[in-house]
Ligand binder design. Structure first.
Ligand code: 3HC
Ligand code: NAI
Length: 695
C-alpha cells in the first residue's frame, strides 16, 4: 500500500505532503508516514522541511473511527513530539481547517503559515474528549493560558486573521500550500533561522481569577458535560509543569475521557449526523434542480422557511392569501433577516440584495410557474391543504416538487388528491425554521426516488440534518413526542407536579422540561391536537382534562403571560402557579386518585421508557429507517442532550432489559398505555442493542 505521506526535495528544502482524503485525518498510515518522512529528513542533507497537505484541508484531526479500538503505533502525541524535536526547522502550512490533532501537528512544528480563509481549532470537547496530542500544553505556551483555554473549551474555529493576531501562526499567505511553504522556508533559510520549539518557550502565567471566571462560564454553558472542564484542568495543571510533565497529565486526563460514556454518545452524534443523510436507495439517484423555491403561507413556518432559503442563496416566491397577509409575511421575513444581520450572520448589503432581488411576494399562485420546489405551510387543515394542492397542480411546471410542511396530516391523502402524486413529499421543518437544523423528509407511498433525493438536496443546501420518515400521525418526532408527553401528564395525575417533572428533565440534560416547552410553543398546539384526536381516541387511553381547562381559561402560555407557569416582570422565565396545582388536585379528587410521591429518578425512568418504547415502534414499523435516525430527530429537533447520544443510544447505554422492566412495571398502572414495542421485546430476547440495527 502506498503511503499517504510523500517526500520530495526542492534544493535545500524538503517537502512533506499528506494525502489522505477526504479530510486528511491523522490515521495510522499518516502517522507512520510522517514518522518515516521525519527520519529521512533528519538524516538527509535538506536544511529545512515544509509540512503541508493536498486536497481540501490540512489534517482535520485524529481519525475518529480509530477511537475505542486498540491503539496502533506511532501515536499522534509521539509524532508531534518528533516534529518538535527535529534539529532543523520544520514549517507547517495550514489550509482549509486544521482541527484537533491537525492543529496539534502544526503546533509540533517550529513555524506556521496559514492560508487566508483557513481556520484552526481544537473541537475535541464536542466529541467528549480533550486535545490529547499536546494541544492543552503547547497552545497555552504559545499564546497564553486564558486565550488558549477559551479556544479549547469553546471548540470554536479561529479564522486566519485572528490566528495571526493571537500568535498561533507566524504569517498568512494568499498562495497555494506548497508555494506558500516554499516561500516561507526560503525566507527562514535566508535569515539563518533555526528550530523554534514551543516546548522551550516559557511557562504560561496563571491568572487564578481569570481561570475561575472561565471555569464558571464554561460550567454554565455546558451543564452535565465533563469534557470542557477536564480540558480546562489539563491546561491549567500543565501550565507550571515542564512540557513532558504537562503532556503526561494531559494524557492521563485524556484517557479518563476516552472511557467516559459521554465520549461514545458524542461520537455517535458526530457520525449519525452524517450517516442519516445516506440512504442506500438514493445512491446514484439524481435530484431535480433547486434554483427557485416556492412557499405558500407566510406565517410562522412559511416565513421561517423562506428566510432559511434566502439565507442559503436560494431565490424564493412566497404566496399569501391577500395583500395584507403578503405585507405581513414580507415584514416577518425582513425582521428575521434583520436578526441575522444583528447577530453578525449576514451583511446588511447582502440582506438588501436578498430582499430586493431574491424574494418575490404575491397573492397570485401564477407567480409559482417557474418554481422548482414548492413548500406549502398553510393552516393545519386537510381541507385547506387539498385546496392549495389543487391550485399547485394547475400552476406548477411539470417536474416541480410539491411539498407539505404538515405536522401530522396524512401525506398520502394529500398526494392522492392531485394528478401528480409521485411529485409529492413532506418537508417537515421545525420552528424557528431558519435556525432549527432538523428536517423530516416524509416519503409518501408514491413519492418518486428523485423527488425524495431532491428533498435531501434541499436539506444539504440549507445545511439541515435530513431524516427520512414514513407516513403516520406525527411522523417520527411528533408521534413519539405525543406519547412521552402523555406519560408526563399521567405522572402528574398520579401525584408528580409539572414543575417537578420539568426540573427532573432539565437535570437530565434537556434544555427545557415539557411544560416549559408547551408554554413556549403555545398551549393551543396541544389543545388542537387533542381536539383532532378526540373522535378517534381509544376509550382506554387516559388523558388529563386539566390542560384543556387551562386552554379554555385563555392561558395559552408565554404569549398570554400564563400557561403552566406565570410569566411577568418579576419572573420573565416563569414561576410555578399554585392555581395550576389546585386544578390538578381537583381532577385527582374527581377521579378518586390518591396522589403518591415520585422521585426525580422515577420521573426520568418513566419518561425515557415511554420515549424509547414509542421510538422502538416507529423503527419496528419502518417509519424511521434506523435507530440512529430517531436519535438525530431528537438531537436536532427536540433539545435532547447531545452528550447522551439520543433516546435509542441512551437505551442501549442503560440496557434494554431495564427499559423493558420499567415498562412492565408501569403497565401495572395502565396496561393499555404501556404495551411493550415488539422490537424492544425482540432485542431483549436476543440480547442485542438498538445499535445492532444501525448498519
Ligand atoms: N476522522 C475520521 N473521519 C472524519 C474525520 C475525522 N477526524 N473528520 C471527518 N471525517 C469524515 C466524515 O465522517 C465524512 O465521512 P463520510 O463522507 O463517510 O460521511 C467525511 O470525512 C467528510 O466529512 P464532512 O462531511 O464533515 O466534511 P465537511 O467538508 O463538511 O467538513 C470538517 C470538514 C470541518 C473537517 C469536518 O469533517 C469536521 O469537523 N471533522 C471533525 C473535526 C474534529 O473533530 N477533529 C478532532 C478530532 S479528535 C482529535 O483530533 C484528537 C486529538 O486531540 C488526539
Ligand atoms: P400560521 O398560522 O402561522 O401560518 C399559516 C399562514 O398560511 C397564514 O399566514 C395564512 O394567512 C396562510 N394561508 C392560509 N391559507 C392560505 C392559502 N390558501 N394560500 C396562501 N396562504 C394561506 O401557521 P404555522 O404555524 O406557520 O403552520 C403552518 C403549517 O406548518 C401547519 O401545517 C403546521 O402544522 C406546520 N408546522 C408548524 C410548526 C410550528 O411550530 N408552528 C412546526 C412544523 C410544522
Amino acid at each position: 500500500m502506498t503511503s499517504p505521506v510523500t517526500y520530495e526535495t526542492e534544493g535545500e528544502i524538503a517537502l512533506i505532503r499528506i494525502d489522505n482524503p477526504p479530510v486528511n485525518a491523522a490515521g495510522q498510515a499518516v502517522r507512520a508516514g510522517l514518522e518515516q518522512a521525519l527520519a529521512r529528513f533528519a538524516e538527509g542533507p535538506e536544511k529545512i522541511a515544509v509540512l503541508y497537505a493536498g486536497g481540501r484541508t490540512f489534517i482535520a484531526g485524529a481519525d475518529i473511527t480509530e477511537f475505542g479500538k486498540p491503539p496502533q503505533p506511532p501515536g499522534l502525541p509521539q509524532v508531534c513530539d518528533l516534529l518538535e524535536a527535529q534539529e532543523k526547522p520544520m514549517v507547517c502550512v495550514i489550509h482549509g481547517t486544521a482541527l484537533g490533532g491537525g492543529l496539534e501537528v502544526a503546533l509540533g512544528c517550529h513555524y506556521r503559515v496559514m492560508l487566508q480563509g483557513a481556520r484552526v481549532g481544537l473541537p475535541e470537547v464536542t466529541l467528549g474528549i480533550l486535545p490529547g496530542a499536546g494541544g492543552t500544553q503547547r497552545l497555552p505556551r504559545l499564546i497564553g493560558l486564558l486565550p488558549a483555554a477559551e479556544i479549547i473549551t469553546s471548540a470554536r474555529q479561529v479564522p486566519a486573521a485572528e490566528a495571526l493576531e493571537l500568535g498561533i501562526v507566524d504569517a498568512l499567505s494568499a498562495e497555494e500550500p506548497r508555494a506558500a511553504g516554499l516561500a516561507f522556508a526560503r525566507d527562514l533559510l535566508a535569515q539563518g533561522a533555526g528550530p523554534r520549539r514551543i516546548g522551550e518557550m516559557p511557562n504560561p502565567e496563571v491568572d487564578a481569577d481569570g481561570v475561575a471566571a472561565l471555569r464558571e462560564k464554561v460550567a454554565r454553558a455546558n451543564p452535565g458535560q465533563v469534557a470542557q472542564l477536564t480540558a480546562l484542568d489539563a491546561a491549567v495543571r500543565g501550565a507550571p509543569m515542564t512540557l513532558p510533565e504537562g503532556l503526561n497529565e494531559e494524557r492521563r486526563l485524556f484517557m479518563t475521557l476516552m472511557d467516559s460514556p459521554q465520549r461514545g454518545a458524542l461520537i455517535h452524534a458526530f457520525f449519525g449526523e452524517r450517516k442519516v443523510a445516506q440512504l442506500p436507495e438514493l445512491k446514484g439517484v439524481q435530484p431535480r434542480p433547486l434554483a427557485q423555491i416556492g412557499v405558500i403561507g407566510g406565517g410562522t413556518m412559511g416565513g421561517g422557511i423562506a428566510a432559511a432559503c434566502l439565507l442559503s442563496g436560494l431565490s424564493v416566491v412566497l404566496i399569501e392569501r391577500d395583500a395584507e397577509a403578503v405585507a405581513r409575511a414580507r415584514a416577518g421575513i425582513e425582521k428575521t433577516l434583520a436578526g441575522s444581520v444583528k447577530r453578525g450572520k449576514l451583511k446588511a448589503e447582502k440582506r438588501d440584495t436578498l430582499l430586493v432581488d431574491m424574494l418575490v411576494t404575491s397573492e397570485d399562485y401564477a407567480a409559482l410557474g417557474q418554481a422548482d420546489l414548492i413548500i406549502e405551510a398553510v393552516f393545519e387543515s386537510m381541507e385547506v391543504k387539498k385546496e392549495v394542492f389543487a391550485q399547485l397542480d394547475a400552476v406548477a411546471k411539470p417536474g416541480a416538487v410539491l411539498a407539505t410542511n404538515t405536522s401530522y396530516l396524512d401525506v398520502n391523502e394529500i398526494a392522492a388528491s392531485i394528478n401528480r402524486p409521485a411529485d409529492v413529499l413532506g418537508l417537515h421543518f421545525f420552528s424557528p425554521a431558519h435556525i432549527m437544523r432538523l428536517l423530516e423528509i416524509v416519503d409518501a407511498d408514491k413519492t418518486a426516488p428523485e423527488v425524495l433525493a431532491t428533498g435531501f438536496a434541499l436539506a444539504k443546501a440549507l445545511k439541515k440534518v435530513p431524516v427520512r420518515a414514513g407516513v403516520c400521525d406525527g411522523f417520527i418526532g411528533n408521534r413519539i413526542l405525543r406519547v412521552f408527553r402523555l406519560s408526563a401528564d399521567h405522572m402528574v395525575l398520579a401525584g408528580a407536579s409539572p414543575y417537578q417533572i420539568d426540573r427532573a428533565l432539565t437535570g437530565f440534560g434537556f434544555a427545557m422540561g415539557p411544560y416549559a416547552v408547551a408554554d413556549l410553543a403555545g398551549l393551543d398546539i396541544g389543545y388542537m391536537t387533542r381536539q383532532r384526536l378526540r373522535p378517534i381516541k381509544d376509550p382506554r387511553e387516559r388523558w388529563g382534562e386539566w390542560p384543556d381547562r387551562l386552554h379554555e381559561m385563555g392561558r395559552l402560555g408565554r404569549k398570554t403571560g400564563r400557561g403552566y407557569y406565570i410569566y411577568d416582570d418579576e419572573t420573565p422565565n416563569g414561576r410555578p402557579d399554585p392555581e395550576v396545582d389546585q386544578m390538578i388536585a381537583a381532577e385527582r379528587a374527581a377521579q378518586g386518585i390518591t396522589p403518591r410521591d415520585f422521585s426525580d429518578e422515577e420521573i426520568i425512568e418513566r419518561y425515557m421508557a415511554a420515549m424509547i418504547n414509542e421510538a422502538a415502534k416507529v423503527v419496528g414499523e419502518g417509519i424511521a429507517r434506523r435507530p440512529l435516525d430517531v436519535d438525530m430527530v431528537f438531537l436536532f429537533g427536540y433539545g435532547f442532550p447531545r452528550w447522551r447520544g439520543g433516546p435509542l443510544y441512551y437505551a442501549d447505554h442503560i440496557g434494554l432489559d431495564r427499559v423493558l422492566s420499567t415498562i412492565q412495571q408501569a403497565a401495572q398502572d395502565d396496561a393499555w398505555f404501556w404495551q411493550p414495542a415488539p422490537l424492544l421485546q425482540k432485542l431483549v430476547d436476543e440480547g442485542r442493542g438498538f445499535d445492532s440495527l444501525n448498519g
